[in-house]
Design a protein. Structure first.
Length: 354
């Protein structure tokens, strides 16, 4: 039996990088590999399965971390693996499997450097994989390499349009650790739209995880939302999320607002998994035109990219005033979402292990 090891130092944050790594695990489990994820215990397993709707029952949790180990200890342990898949924390690790893949989910700009030590580490890495062209541009420039883009996997199977309601949806973590998803900006925009008579029956729902560091921010959002048709859904299970996607007509995203993406690329949306999920359910995306979002959406065809709050408000009004336009763009969005299916992700993972 072939043996794979996966290391994600942020597993307990349950974010997009964690879905990415665990879908790698799922793909290998489908090929009857033994798959080990390096984490102290399996207490997260049920939460991960529920959150991401993944078939990872046979995934083993192994109490191992490359942190704090010398090279001999790491080599002794890792050499037993046919395939290693590591999510980078901004550094380049020594990897000792037979086939080593290093994945960058974040376009680290300040910490990565081309130097002798990193060059030696890269010699042991068979392939560097990035989650978008946006991330690739930064990583390749910092390390003078040619990485491969493997877009994040979107599980389109359970996501379907339902009976649509006058609902605008945003999905994103409430944590402020790395990226600010800027739900506060969306509340402000919704409040400015509210006096419009055409808009009086519309609701905004902000859904997202609160696993790490979001409590104070959520309390602030609740205060901002008082008196308006705004609901905050904390850490909804995947089943509830797909219902919200199915019911919503419009999807908003403001990640990276007021951020210069050239100077701080790590603070904008590196890809936009929730945008694709929303598109699969027939939501029309109106998202901030920064980072990886520009790779997903053809502006005006299968969604819209905005740069200012006025843009966001005017584009939303344009859609609400034109039912035929919403229907047309919704169909195009659904078609575009299929380019990011989990099945296409599997194919590329299998190519990496051949």
């Amino acid at each position: 039996m072939m043996k794979a090891g996966i290391f994600d130092p942020y597993l307990d944050t349950l974010g997009g990088g964690e879905r990415y790594c665990l879908t790698v695990a799922e793909a290998l489990l489908k090929k009857d590999w033994q798959v080990d994820i390096f984490w102290p215990n399996d207490l997260l397993k049920n939460k991960l399965q529920d959150k991401f709707n993944l078939s990872i029952e046979k995934l083993n949790f192994i109490d191992y971390s490359p942190y704090g180990k010398n090279l001999w200890q790491r080599k002794s342990f890792e050499k037993n693996y046919d395939f290693l898949f590591y999510l980078s924390d901004g550094s380049i690790p020594f990897m000792f499997g037979k086939n080593n893949i290093l994945h960058f989910q974040v376009p680290f700009q300040d910490v990565l450097k081309k130097n002798f030590l990193n060059s030696q580490k890269l010699k042991r890495i068979n392939k560097v994989v990035c989650n978008s062209l946006f991330t690739k541009k930064i990583i390749d420039g910092r390390l003078d390499i040619n990485s491969e883009v493997l877009y994040p996997p979107i599980d389109l199977g359970p996501i379907k349009p339902l009976k649509k309601e006058n609902l605008i949806l945003n999905v994103g973590r409430f944590s402020q650790l790395l990226q600010a998803k800027r739900q506060d900006i969306l509340i402000d925009a919704f409040k400015k739209l509210s006096p419009n008579i055409v808009f009086k029956d519309w609701q905004l729902i902000l859904a997202g995880g609160t696993e790490v560091g979001g409590e104070k921010f959520i309390n602030r959002l609740r205060d901002m939302a008082k008196g308006y048709k705004i609901k905050i859904s904390e850490s909804p299970p995947f089943s509830e999320l797909i219902t919200l996607y199915g019911q919503a007509k419009i999807f908003w995203n403001a990640s990276g607002y007021e951020i210069n993406e050239e100077k701080e690329p790590q603070k904008v949306e590196h890809f936009g998994m929730t945008t694709v999920e929303a598109m699969a359910a027939g939501c029309v995306p109106i998202v901030l035109g920064k980072g990886g979002q520009k790779e997903i959406i053809s502006n005006g065809k299968d969604g819209y990219l905005w740069q200012s709050i006025d843009d966001l408000i005017n584009l939303t009004k344009k859609l609400i005033d034109n039912k035929d336009l919403i229907t047309e763009v919704s169909k195009s969005a659904m078609k575009r979402s299929r380019d990011f299916s989990k099945e296409k992700f599997y194919e590329k993972i299998y190519n990496l292990i051949e």
